[in-house]
Ligand binder design. Structure first.
Ligand code: PGA
Length: 236
């Protein structure tokens, strides 16, 4: 089955980096590979692939919002996806699930696919409230009505950029809970948080894992080439 593998470059990269990366990137046609570079470099990445997404967008469609970029603009330049509600947006920019929900509505109207991120902090997990927290965040972040596709990325905050990954059991249990809570069938569920070339293929093979969201390891083409090469077909 096709897996969805998203590279979240965060605030990293340059024109020279992009040229070098795509000179060495080996795509894997069996999987969907999506790149989310900083907004300034979307066009540069679009010169190499059509599967490109923004890392965020405004909760408005146009108007007096200095510094913001709308979903319509992302669509206009050729993007197909937008990450929404990443934990770094939620924590550094104080984005609430209600804002994420509003953005998701605009993104769908602009005919883009939102990739909605959810995940609990270490305190919440240690307190044994991870499941309840994540399901509540999910229900408040989902677009109001939608018969269109969106993706969900479960990213435990304590696993992002830390080298700590959720255990296989944690991922299986949380993805199953999210799957059951979703109003529609067939919504792709991605896992994110310290996915790397060592653990990616094991995570991608878990039940209810339709893909991965990769931060740090997506900046190294050798590592990312290995991650995207995942195949469910037995190696011969
Ligand atoms: P990481 O980041 O792979 O560097 O942990 C993942 C993310 O924040 O999407």
């Amino acid at each position: 089955m096709t897996k969805i593998i998203v590279a979240n470059w965060k605030m990293n990269g340059s024109k020279a980096f992009i040229t070098e990366f795509f000179k060495n990137f080996i795509s894997a046609p069996q999987n969907f590979i999506i790149f989310c570079p900083p907004a300034l470099y979307l066009k540069d990445v679009l010169n190499h692939t059509s599967r490109v997404g923004g890392q965020d967008c405004s909760s408005h469609l146009s108007g007096a919002y200095t510094g913001d970029i709308s979903s319509v603009m992302l669509n206009d330049i050729g993007c197909q996806y937008v990450l929404l509600g990443h934990s770094e947006r939620r924590s550094y920019h104080k984005e609430t699930s209600e804002t994420v929900r509003q953005k998701a509505g605009h993104v769908l109207k602009a005919d883009l696919i939102p990739i909605i991120c959810i995940g609990e902090s270490k305190e919440v997990r240690d307190a044994g409230r991870a499941r309840d927290f994540v399901l509540e965040q999910l229900s408040h972040s989902l677009p109001a009505v939608s018969d269109k596709t969106y993706y969900i990325a479960y990213e435990p905050v304590w696993a992002i950029g830390t080298g700590l990954t959720a255990t296989e059991n944690d991922i299986i249990q949380m993805h199953e809970a999210i799957r059951q809570a979703l109003p529609q069938q067939h919504i792709p569920l991605l896992y994110g948080g310290s996915v790397n070339k060592e653990n990616a293929h094991t995570i991608l093979a878990l039940p209810n894992v339709d893909g991965v969201l990769v931060g740090g390891a997506s900046l190294k083409y050798e590592d990312f080439n290995h991650i995207v090469a995942f195949s469910e077909l037995p190696m011969v």
